[in-house]
Design a protein around this ligand. Structure first.
Ligand code: PLP
Length: 305
């Protein structure tokens, strides 16, 4: 339960309900928080964070793209993350790290140079009822009218809170259509991603996903693209017209929170065998990696204890 948790806030571990900011803070009013969500797994060797190095690299890239000054280096963030994990009895779930401007700011520029940092550890099944209910049922997706932000407006590869109104709108549309996830096109009509998940399409044994440029540089997407060739699955990253969804043998979404999630329905079109064989192989391969049962990928796990 969240109420039993401790959160890291600027160097201190505080009770969950004490992790607060002022309503007039810059990050609350202007959406200037930047963040990372990382997977936490318990293996036979203890608790480990999945691809911590890649997450910290993306955090630095986000800060750079938005002209923000992070308060710590990689070692500082690693130490803060591990402290937070040790202070909480969560075995599997995720870690959310946010860098934010917590001081009151009435104008568009923040009043502080260095950002604040908070870190939470979440066990989705224990903490969030709806995640328990979702289980492993294939997802339904719907193409939305909401377009993905154009990369020449806000950098879409920045993992920033302000970018997520876009995702929220697409999720509202999906819900109105009775679907779990809305898939956004870019402003030129090509496939991009869901509000918080990348999309993959399997066609004739090859795995397709939209190229970088209009999508988040997702760590799960990167991991799928690195793992697939090891499993002798060919991958193609390119601009994809939405028609490919109707021709797909399999579709799945990937994200840190959801891992690899098979799709069973696209608008009214049902994909009868979901998860299909390629999705299943990837799902099983990831589970083995998370449990540290695949020596080829041990370097993806960062042990806490
Ligand atoms: C827009 C978007 N795409 C993809 C993803 C998946 O990214 P990751 O694998 O790094 O969790 C997310 C995660 O929140 C996201 O917000």
């Amino acid at each position: 339960m969240f109420k039993d948790r401790k959160m890291y806030v600027n160097g201190r571990l505080v009770p969950w309900e004490k992790a607060t900011v002022h309503l007039m803070s810059h990050s609350f009013c202007r959406g200037s928080g930047i963040f990372e969500v990382m997977r936490l797994h318990t293996t036979e060797k203890g608790r480990a964070v999945f691809r911590l190095d890649a997450h910290l690299a993306r955090l630095k890239r986000t800060a750079f793209l938005l002209g923000m000054d992070l308060p710590m280096d990689d070692d500082g963030f690693t130490d803060a993350i591990f402290q937070t994990i040790r202070a909480n009895e969560v075995e599997n779930g995720y870690i959310k790290l946010i860098c934010y401007y917590g001081e009151v700011a009435m104008h568009v520029m923040p009043n502080q140079e260095k950002m604040d940092t908070c870190i939470a550890v979440v066990n989705p099944e224990a903490d969030m009822e709806e995640e328990k209910a979702a289980g492993d049922v294939p997802l339904s997706i719907a193409l939305c009218k909401t377009r993905k932000l154009h990369p020449e407006t806000i950098p879409v590869e920045a993992k920033a809170a302000a970018n997520y109104l876009n995702g929220m709108l697409s999720r509202i549309e999906a819900a109105q259509k009775g679907a779990d996830v809305g898939i956004m096109l870019d402003t030129q009509g090509f496939l991009t991603e869901g509000s918080t998940e990348s999309i993959f399409i399997v066609k004739d044994g090859t795995l397709y996903t939209p190229a970088e440029g209009t999508v988040l540089k997702s760590i799960s997407r990167k991991s799928v693209l690195e793992l697939a060739p090891v499993l002798e699955i060919e991958t193609v990253e390119k601009r994809l017209a939405p028609e490919i969804l109707a021709e797909a043998d399999e579709i799945f979404l990937s994200s840190t929170g959801g891992r690899v999630q098979p799709v069973g329905k696209v608008d009214s079109l049902v994909l009868p065998k979901s998860p299909g064989p390629v999705s299943k192989r990837l799902m099983e391969a990831f589970e083995a990696i998370y449990q540290d049962k695949d020596p080829r990928f041990t370097h993806w796990l960062f042990y806490v204890e």
